[in-house]
Design a protein around this ligand. Structure first.
Ligand code: SF4
Ligand code: SF4
Length: 416
């Protein structure tokens, strides 16, 4: 890879102008105590949880900064859309903050569409559903399947939250059926008390939705909890393969099927039949400029603000990678410094990426490379020729077994 690119402060400003999502961690408090929680005892790499609640004045300098950029810069699209999202802990524990943010944005008369979204455990869903419907929220509900499947999602006394949660979901569906159909989705965490099949069967039968299914996060595990993690963890591909109705399930899950997702990347990057834009059409992919690794550039996907005012690229990375800070006293977001720090990471991984056969379809986020702060970080995703041949063979075998996927992946899916 000789044609590697580095980012500039202008790249970041461009990303902010076109920001697709800004997510606030509105509280680190939660009314549940799920056994596998990413902010629980199994993990490290996040600020200490202190039952804090974000207050509006501590993020106002950032909102003013973004609003100023959005009003005074020209976005790529004539009808830009930005999601303003609320995350926790449990975000419905801090609805006053959510209401203030929305009121402020609505009063700002932005020349872009703002959509609101929320990830919730649904314990307080009934109490706030009228407001969520009124503001046309997109809601992602965490539900791990049937009562047994859901049994890691317990309250502070250790009781399964299943009945409270499903009663609230049913109330939302019965009161606002149209909203439920268009605005509500489910996410389930896969572990040793459920399976892809049991999750899928329960949620499609009870609520008529296809859930997204996530594996437990395998980075940032406390060494002393590794054994417990290994016991709890379940691999999505393996769980799917063990399903009695594998073929049917695999077809229904489509992009949520890990092998199909891998095939999509392969076809989009190596088939020679997919072009992102007209420039792409004329460039030799081997000579095209790109940044090393599969990491998004700062704020090209989203911006995440922690309950302590740290500003990060997303909610899935260690808080030590904060790019700035916001508080009631002001905003610290130095685009020159962010570009410098990010480029420094790219420089470190460059030599490995330049000889890696996976570089064109790389999905490795550099913030997940445990040794990224060392001089010569080692990437687990690195592929030599043999590993790449095995990867190619794996993707083509999946295509051979499911030839119908070619047409669907080429016509129904857009990679952004
Ligand atoms: S995990 Fe990495 S690549 Fe993915 S959105 Fe976060 S920062 Fe970007
Ligand atoms: S898999 Fe690792 S070494 Fe290979 S291109 Fe991606 S980041 Fe670089």
């Amino acid at each position: 890879m000789n044609n590697t690119e580095r980012i500039t402060p202008e790249t970041i400003r461009y990303n902010l102008t076109n920001l697709r999502q800004v997510t606030f961690e509105v509280t680190d408090d939660c009314n549940l105590q799920c056994k596998y929680c990413g902010y629980g005892e199994m993990y490290c790499g996040y600020d200490k949880r202190e039952s804090k609640y974000l207050d509006f004045k501590s993020i106002k300098p950032l909102l003013d900064y973004l609003i100023d950029i959005w009003k005074n810069s020209m976005p790529d699209s004539s009808a830009p859309i930005t999601y303003v999202s609320f995350y926790g802990g449990e975000p419905l524990l801090n609805v006053p903050f959510i209401k203030q943010v929305i009121e402020y944005i609505e009063a700002s008369e932005l020349n872009r569409k703002i959509l609101y979204s929320l990830t919730t455990n649904a314990v307080l869903l009934e109490r706030y559903m009228d407001y969520l419907v009124q503001k046309d929220f997109h809601i992602l509900i965490s539900l791990d399947g049937n009562e047994d499947n859901h049994s890691y999602r317990v309250d502070k006394s250790g009781n399964n939250s299943f009945y409270r949660v499903t009663n609230n979901i049913q109330k939302l569906r019965d009161t606002y059926p149209k909203f439920f159909k268009t605005n509500v989705n489910f996410n389930s965490v896969l572990h040793n008390r459920n399976s892809v099949e049991s999750i899928h069967e329960y949620i499609t039968t009870e609520f008529g939705k296809i859930p997204s299914i996530s594996e437990l996060n395998n980075s940032g595990i406390r060494p002393e909890k590794k054994e417990e993690f290994d016991r709890t963890y379940r691999n999505k591909s393996e769980s799917l393969r063990e399903s009695e109705n594998y073929a049917k399930l695999s077809q229904e899950l489509f992009m949520n099927e890990p092998n199909t997702h891998e095939l999509l990347l392969y076809l989009h990057k190596y088939s020679g039949n997919v072009y992102r834009d007209y420039i792409d059409l004329f460039l030799d992919p081997e000579k095209a400029y790109c940044t090393p690794s599969g990491t998004c550039t700062p704020f090209s996907k989203k911006m995440f603000i922690t309950v302590n005012g740290k500003i990060l690229q997303c909610e899935r990375i260690d808080h030590c990678f904060a790019l700035g800070n916001v508080s009631a006293t002001g905003l610290e977001l130095d685009l020159n410094r962010i570009a410098r720090v990010f480029n420094n990471y790219l420089d470190k991984i460059q030599s490995k990426c330049s000889i890696c056969y996976r570089k064109r379809s790389c999905i490795q986020c550099l913030y997940y490379i445990e040794t990224i702060n060392q001089d010569s970080p080692q990437c687990h995703g690195y592929m030599d020729k043999d590993a790449y041949d095995a990867y190619t063979s794996f993707c083509l075998s999946h295509l051979y077994a499911h030839p119908e996927l070619y047409n669907r992946l080429m016509t129904e899916v857009v990679l952004v």
